[in-house]
Write a protein that binds this ligand. Sequence first.
Ligand code: PSU
Length: 300
Amino acid sequence: MTLLSYTPEIAEARTRGLPIVALESTIITHGMPWPKNKEMAQQVEADIRAAGAIPATIAVMDSQIHIGLSAAQLDRLAQTPDALKLSRADLAVALATGRTGATTVAATMICAARAGIEVFATGGIGGVHRGAEHSFDISADLQELAQTRVTVVAAGAKAILDLPKTLEVLETLGVPVIAYSQDALPAFWSRDSGLKAPLRMDQPAQIAASHRMRAQLGLPGGQLVANPIPAVDELPASMLAPLIETALREAEAQGISAKGVTPFLLRRIFELTQGASLAANIALVRNNARLAAEIARALA
Ligand code: PSU
């Protein structure tokens, strides 16, 4: 049995050199409730096709890394909320033990790179959690961006995080943080974090060119393209701020830690916004998928 299993469509796209966009699966199992999670995954795949690229949703099932999921596999995964949340540390263990695992940004980057896929769309990357000076909770996504050559399109890092510290760590790690078509770093559900992004680019073709340039320079690591949520879909940061504070206090009081923190906060903010955060989350992932498809087309 081969380690990587491609759907026939993706196998053909690889041989023909067609543009492919990788998609992660933790957002499906741990980021959104059933059945919206499955609808989102299907919709995002359709968006990528409409933009002229081939979607490749990545997950671990039956001791294989699946590059592209069948409708039945996607359906099964979306109803497996206890799937492992896989990052660099546990990817091999899930494969060795046959457990079903959803890939985070970090694990999806590893799998995409092995499959020769250079562009990946997600919602928001993990980063430095608030209070990290005490908890040391820093997402493995940041290290992965520093070492694996995949361009990741996200709406920045999630607003539940400490964004200034996240930017500092990315700078230390040598990861280019490129805001798309604006100067400000986006803040996931909102367009503007109040922080200036280190870099700005306005053309997908130039983002593709800088991806290539890093390889020519022999630099490891990818790029983070921070794509703001469309204005019509954004939630005001001022409305979210107190709700994020409430959710963070609850997480602390309930002793939520490690991999549990982000899913807990996303779920609580979904409840506190009466579902508005989920609608925004879906809109921003779709927006990221469309931009990722344009970058993949420029690279193909
Ligand atoms: N984007 C979303 N929702 C999510 C995620 C991204 O819109 O749930 C997932 C990604 O898989 C990312 C993970 O890698 O959240 C970050 O988790 P942590 O903070 O535990 O590293």
